[in-house]
Design a protein around this ligand. Structure first.
Ligand code: SF4
Length: 241
């Protein structure tokens, strides 16, 4: 997987399994994209490419680009309120290098990490439909399949959790979403759940910086020691992402 190009005029790279800029598969999202290209011609307004290491041990699966974030800048978690918490947590954990400024041009560089979204295009009100999630899933599958050293996947929110479980061959009724829950997938990859670092979750206190840091501390612990037992699902935990 290549580091994402940030040139909106770049030709689509369909041959590498990535969606083209004008991907037509989700008519509702394509319509929103077209409208935003008229309203904000300087914005990215296209499927937001995955970003990161070519052979990562850790993949972080987000939901979808935000209006003022990835959809505007072309870089995941860059430009909106999710960005500072996301990138500063990764930098503090040694999983990214650089300084987060909110700009795409000089964003932090993931180290051993890839960042992918369950849905590549901006959904209205950050809510893709089940069909849109399903339609975009092959692109997530392509990216994760191209990571031979993958050991841990962090899913941000319930939608990312569900897509990741399906792509990794797990069973959803068994693998329930809960913050910091861990699920061993067929093939040995461990999936860790986290509440999404959205502005809403930060404002409501559902996700604190300490809670988010704990997710990546645990991922590093699993990377460094394969023998430690997984933290089981907590029955009755929230499935809200
Ligand atoms: S969300 Fe995915 S499948 Fe749907 S239009 Fe965008 S890139 Fe294509």
């Amino acid at each position: 997987m290549d580091i994402a190009t940030l040139d909106p005029a770049a030709p689509p790279a369909a041959s590498d399994g990535q969606p083209p800029r004008d991907c037509p598969r989700c008519p509702r999202l394509a319509g929103l994209r077209d409208a935003l290209r008229i309203e904000h011609p300087a914005w990215w307004n296209a499927p937001v490419p995955s970003l990161g290491d070519a052979d990562p041990w850790l993949a972080i699966v987000g939901l979808a680009p935000g209006l003022q974030g990835g959809n505007r800048t072309g870089r995941p978690f860059t430009g909106d309120r999710s960005g500072p918490l996301f990138w500063n947590t990764l930098i503090a954990a040694g999983l990214a290098e650089g300084v987060y400024t909110g700009r795409a041009a000089d964003g932090p560089v993931p180290a051993g990490v890839a960042i992918v979204n369950a849905v590549r295009c901006l959904p209205p009100e950050n809510r893709p439909t089940p069909e849109e999630i399903r339609t975009c899933r092959p692109f997530l599958e392509t990216d994760l399949a191209a990571m031979p050293s993958l050991r841990v996947v962090v899913a941000l929110g319930a939608v990312a959790h569900q897509s990741a479980v399906k792509v990794l061959g797990g069973r959803l009724p068994k693998a329930r979403f809960a913050h910091l829950a861990e699920h061993r997938m067929p093939g040995g990859v461990v999936l860790i759940d986290s509440y999404h670092c959205s502005r809403y979750n930060q404002n409501t206190g559902r996700l604190t910086p300490e809670m988010f840091a704990a997710v990546f501390a645990r991922a590093i612990e699993l990377r460094d020691n394969r023998t430690i037992p997984l933290v089981p699902d907590a029955p009755g935990d929230s499935v809200a992402g």
